[in-house]
Design a protein around this ligand. Structure first.
Ligand SMILES: NC(=O)c1ccc[n+]([C@@H]2O[C@H](COP(=O)([O-])OP(=O)(O)OC[C@H]3O[C@@H](n4cnc5c(N)ncnc54)[C@H](OP(=O)(O)O)[C@@H]3O)[C@@H](O)[C@H]2O)c1
Length: 343
């Protein structure tokens, strides 16, 4: 029988790329997508994907969809607790009949960023997190860190694997760049947000000396990690790590905020969006409060533009043969900025 795969967030940047990757590479999979809206042309592009109508608060619909799936790949909102709980409940029911059942959950390396620490924004932090060597610390990040609320639910469910038969893997990407391949949104988060703020300030910017560094990955390379884990799940979950050890960073390169600012400034000047390419150091207080879309995180500007978030994809390299090969951030940044400006 064909493996049944449920994908959430299929109209989004990451979830859409996951959906497209699985549908393209594995036409033999029986794929279902939980969607609250259907993008134009979806049915003709993916005639074999079953659409389940529902949003992340449709508990019963989500739990039933998970119960009918061998593998769930959950994307779209890394912080949404009710949808995650519904998926785990449905997978537990599944695994009570057909064990094991699999959940691959999208998190984000904001979890280990240093924006809440007592340190000067814009300075370099020597700490680089390994998803093998630092797993205990990663799993016990304090309340209030980005995505910690759902990570705690996942860690508790992973610890119960022997009892429940639900095998869990967390994919924890850094900032993502490159054009997505899905049917909906194809732009990522960081570059469009940064460009929108530069349009307001008139100059590319950083905090302090701009020496803070963050990991990056091309969306196509990230798909290698997804594909590797889904294929391992379909094969029974014997080659990769799952459960308490099932934690995967995906970073392929790093950049400092000063480097990002310098490059973005040059591109925006070339495109006629700003008149001075030279980036400048803005007061931390101004950067801190720039992003107001998430009231629960009033210092999100500091997280995005002035923090360090440095991770290495040790586990994907070890178990999935992860070899990032997509173009670098610097090769694609102009295209990403152009896409952001067109949005
Ligand atoms: N992009 C990055 O660089 C990055 C890196 C690491 C982690 N992350 C995390 O990954 C998550 C997804 O990021 P993304 O860039 O893929 O976001 P995105 O492009 O905005 O996609 C969000 C997806 O989730 C769906 N969705 C959101 N809320 C929903 C709800 N209540 N019910 C049903 N569907 C819902 C959206 O559906 P609609 O189309 O119907 O709105 C869309 O398909 C975020 O939590 C983000 O923090 C992102």
């Amino acid at each position: 029988m064909a493996p049944t795969i449920l994908v959430t967030g299929g109209t989004g940047y990451i979830g859409g790329s996951v959906l497209n990757t699985l549908a393209t590479k594995h036409p033999e999979y029986e794929i279902a997508a939980l969607l609250r809206r259907l993008p134009e042309g979806f049915a003709s592009r993916y005639p074999n994907i079953k659409v389940i109508n529902g949003d992340y608060d449709s508990y019963d619909i989500i739990a039933e969809a998970a119960e009918n799936s061998d593998v769930v790949v959950h994307n779209g909102n890394s912080d949404h607790e009710p949808s995650l709980k519904a998926l785990i409940a449905g997978l537990k029911r599944r695994a009570s009949r057909y064990s094991p059942a699999f959940l691959i959950h999208l998190s984000g390396s904001g979890l280990v960023a240093d924006w809440r620490e007592d340190r000067t924004p814009g300075t370099r932090n020597s700490k680089t997190w390994s998803d093998i060597g630092d797993l205990v610390e990663i799993r016990s990040r304090p309340r209030g860190e980005l995505h910690q609320n759902t990570e705690a639910i996942l860690a508790a469910a992973a610890a119960e694997e022997e009892k429940t038969g639900v095998k869990i893997a967390v994919i924890c990407p850094p900032d993502i760049y490159g054009k997505g391949s899905g049917p909906g949104k194809v732009a990522s988060i960081f570059i469009p947000l940064y460009v929108s703020k530069i349009k307001e300030t008139g100059r590319a910017f950083y905090a302090g000396e701009g020496e803070n560094r963050r990991g990056w990955v091309h969306i196509e390379d990230l798909m290698q990690v997804y594909l590797g884990l889904v294929e391992d799940a379909v094969a029974g979950g014997k080659n990769a790590d799952w459960g308490t050890q099932g934690y995967y960073f995906a970073s392929s390169q790093e950049a400092s905020q000063k480097e990002i600012a310098t490059t973005t400034g040059k591109v925006l000047e070339k495109l006629g969006v700003i008149t001075n390419a030279e980036p400048l150091s803005l007061p931390t207080a101004e950067i801190d409060t720039m992003i107001k879309v998430y009231p629960q995180y009033p210092l999100l500007g500091r997280y995005l533009f002035a923090s360090n978030s440095r991770t290495t994809a040790d586990r994907a390299t070890k178990w999935l043969g992860y070899k990032p090969s997509a173009p670098s951030l610097w090769d694609t940044v102009e295209e990403d900025i152009t896409t952001a400006l067109a949005e």
